[in-house]
Design a protein around this ligand. Sequence first.
Ligand code: ADP
Length: 431
Amino acid sequence: MGESTAKKKEYSTKGMSSIARKISVSIWLKRFGDVLFLDFLILVLVCGSYFYYCEKQVDWGSGDGSVTEEEWRDNRYFITGQDKTDLLYVIQVDEDSVYKFPVYDFLKYVFPGAVVLLICQGLRLFFAMFQTSEIRRKLKPLNDLAVKAERISGLSFDTGQFESLEHAIESISPDGPETQIHTGNKDLQSIEVALNNLLKRMKESQRQQARFVSDASHELRTPIAVIQGYVNMLDRWGKEDESVLNESIEALKNESQHMKELVEQLLFLARGDSGRNTLHKVRFDLNTVIREVFEESMMIDQKHKYTFAECPNAFVVGDIAMIKQSVRILVQNGAKYSKEGDTIRFGVKAEGGQVSYSIQDEGIGMRDTEVVHIFERFYRSDQARNGETGGSGLGLSIAKWIVDAHEGVIEVLSRPEIGTRFTVILKKAED
Ligand code: ADP
């Protein structure tokens, strides 16, 4: 692995040097072009100024100055003497009037300036040839980035690493106590943590399922035992004793009804867990559903007083049958856990983007330590267990499942001996 990194580094440094060299050459050529262009401009400017100066020295006399191009050219020429320094620029006005300008004198003035300029330009071009290292230094952050990107894109594990992970996963038994993957490999640490978290969640859900099955069996054992007891009693004395017969039939009816309800509740939760409870959501007025349960409660249960406070414009989107079921669970609890003659209050509210319904009783209430458990499956407070209320501890789990499925919230306010209020908050339907 170390060797391959070194190779990669060497390769990337080489690559960077050749790129820097290419950039350096192209910059140098551009500078050279600029120098040539500048020198050409200076030459044109200096020569132009010289010839303009010469023209200014000439007296053209009385002529009107209008000449053809040919005449103009014939009147201006260069002549050389024996020595090179004798080069003259001549302007001939007419046969008598001839102006001669010694070019060498002019060059004498210009030459030192030209030499200084050329030396400066030469030095600049010379030093520009050595700027590759500077370019390489400036390119380094970019190159580092590219090398890192290359390393990330080419990130690969040794097959050995994967094998150790595979072994660690295989050695885990879903039922065994050891549910942690540990390979000791640092590169695989994040995968290990993610897998261990997943395993923890799976184990927790498996534990919940097992507890649910065991609690359900336990709950079903009681009515079955009661039914068996009455059947035995009927078998022994029921044929002769009519009072035993009637009592047993009554008890069998009650217990089988209780068992039916329990099995239905278990089925509902099991279907919910496996995602097989389908909701048929429609837009409806919550007042209508609450009023229906309010009226049916008054009809079924004459031992309590019922009141209902409606609220206009309380539309929600949801499964009507399921929402009705959640209301029934709360109302039945209100009746179960309060005395005869107590009042149970139904209320609907619409505030902001929320619509809520509440069921409030004046019953036994609960302590805060009990309230935190009431949505757990099969949970029943000691008081509820001791009383003859006959619940199963599944009602609120079902109500919570329904409210969760509607993305709602259940709030509980309860005080022992004062009463309990359940409020279910749902999203208001758009108009
Ligand atoms: P159960 O069938 O026992 O009523 P639930 O799931 O509906 O089962 O309720 C769980 C427990 O919460 C009850 O056993 C009881 O202890 C408590 N509880 C629920 N509703 C009320 C209430 N309105 N007043 C007092 N306690 C309540």
